[in-house]
Design a protein around this ligand. Structure first.
Ligand code: FES
Ligand SMILES: [Fe+2]
Length: 368
């Protein structure tokens, strides 16, 4: 069910400071992540090839890791380089290693065929390295399939009902706004929605100066979702009637929000996120306030999504019915399904061509 040949987020870089060994299951495979002494991030199968003990219970030695059960030592490529009490080390003995790339504080991992891993395919989010954009990166764990979270993010109408008192503002948002654009892409979708002349929603109101708190705003959300589950939300608030829909940005405040959904298992998800603003200057209380507001909002999402997962678990034959607003998520699931099917088909072909043909008896020199 997972697309393997693509980049997933495995961690924020701050999760690997001080030589920490971070065990993390990704696509149902146990992975150990750590930063080597040379500063390079290493991702190894978190299961010793000897007797299956997790390597994260071991000891980091320079760039290597030693399993602390019987002492086998593995280098950063996963190759076994020492077996205490044994001279000869079989050349193929070792654990799997995964391609990893650290970029703009994000640690990306490739779970598929290493030969196909191209760092150029990692989606670039320049604001993650731009000092003008500030925020606090964080992590949440979901007891739900990652696609249920993708679904949630695909429809801004949920802001009105799930987040009335946090991120949404009022139920009006669902009734009076419609997506002005839905773009179906080969690797996801893009939706855009405007809400004109309304009170600022609570999370935004909290960080506004006193004189602006009660002024209406025009609000634009542009959400882009990339396969396998990478969400980028650009939010703009401008003074109501200032013409921001025609390009005037005067008096505007903007947010950039990324959310990376990485399947842990088919029913649990790693959820990495950061919510950045471009207007706090030296006042980091804006970031702190936004961070708390967004967590409050995410807890509201989680409440629904985890409950939804439990209901879906009780009846695997239940078929969801789509409404018009589900067009982006239907496109996403359809596109992902096609890619997964193509990947599985290619794997089957590769395996079939790797099978050594059985020789007919006369070719094998057997007398019949
Ligand atoms: S299980 Fe790791 S060395 Fe034996
Ligand atoms: Fe939400």
């Amino acid at each position: 069910m997972f697309l393997k040949n693509c980049w997933y987020v495995a961690a924020w870089d701050h999760e690997l400071i001080d030589g920490k060994m971070l065990p993390r299951t990704i696509l149902e495979e146990p992975v150990l992540l750590y930063k080597s002494e040379t500063g390079k991030i290493v991702a190894l199968e978190d299961r010793c090839c000897h007797r299956g003990v997790p390597l994260h219970l071991g000891r980091r030695e320079g760039d290597c890791v030693r399993c602390m059960y019987h002492g086998l030592k593995f280098d950063a490529t996963g190759k076994c380089i020492q077996i205490p009490g044994q001279e000869m080390i079989p050349p193929k003995l070792g654990v799997k290693s995964y391609p990893v790339v650290e970029k703009d504080h994000v640690v990306w991992i490739w779970m598929g065929d290493p030969a196909k891993a191209d760092p150029a395919d990692i989606i670039d989010f320049p604001f993650l390295r731009d000092p003008q954009w500030t925020g606090i990166p964080d992590y949440l764990h979901y007891d739900a399939n990652w696609l249920l979270i993708v679904d949630n993010l695909a429809d801004f109408a949920h802001l009105a009902f799930v987040h009335t008192n946090t991120l949404g503002g009022s139920e009006e948002y669902a009734y009076v706004t419609k997506p002005v654009a839905i773009e179906r892409m080969s690797n996801g979708f893009r939706v855009e929605r405007w809400h004109m002349d309304a009170a600022p929603p609570p999370f935004h109101r909290k960080v506004l100066p006193a004189e602006e708190k009660d002024r209406n705003v025009d609000r634009r959300n542009i959400g882009t979702m990339f396969i396998p589950g990478i969400f980028y939300l650009q939010t703009l608030f401008s003074p109501a009637g200032s013409g921001s829909e025609k390009g005037n940005r005067e008096g505007s405040r903007e947010y950039c929000n990324v959310q990376f959904m990485t399947p842990e298992t088919r029913r649990t998800t790693h959820f990495f996120w950061t919510y950045l603003n471009n207007f706090e200057g030296e006042d980091h209380n804006v970031s702190r306030s936004l961070h708390q507001s967004i967590i409050d909002g995410f807890m509201e999402d989680m409440h629904f999504i985890e409950a939804q997962q439990k209901v879906l678990d009780t009846d695997p034959d239940f078929k969801m019915l789509a409404v018009a607003a589900d067009a982006p998520l239907s496109h996403f699931r359809w596109t992902l399904g096609k890619l997964v099917a193509a990947e599985r088909a290619a794997e089957t072909t590769e395996k079939a061509s790797a099978v050594i043909p059985v020789k007919a008896p006369h070719q094998a020199g057997v007398n019949t």
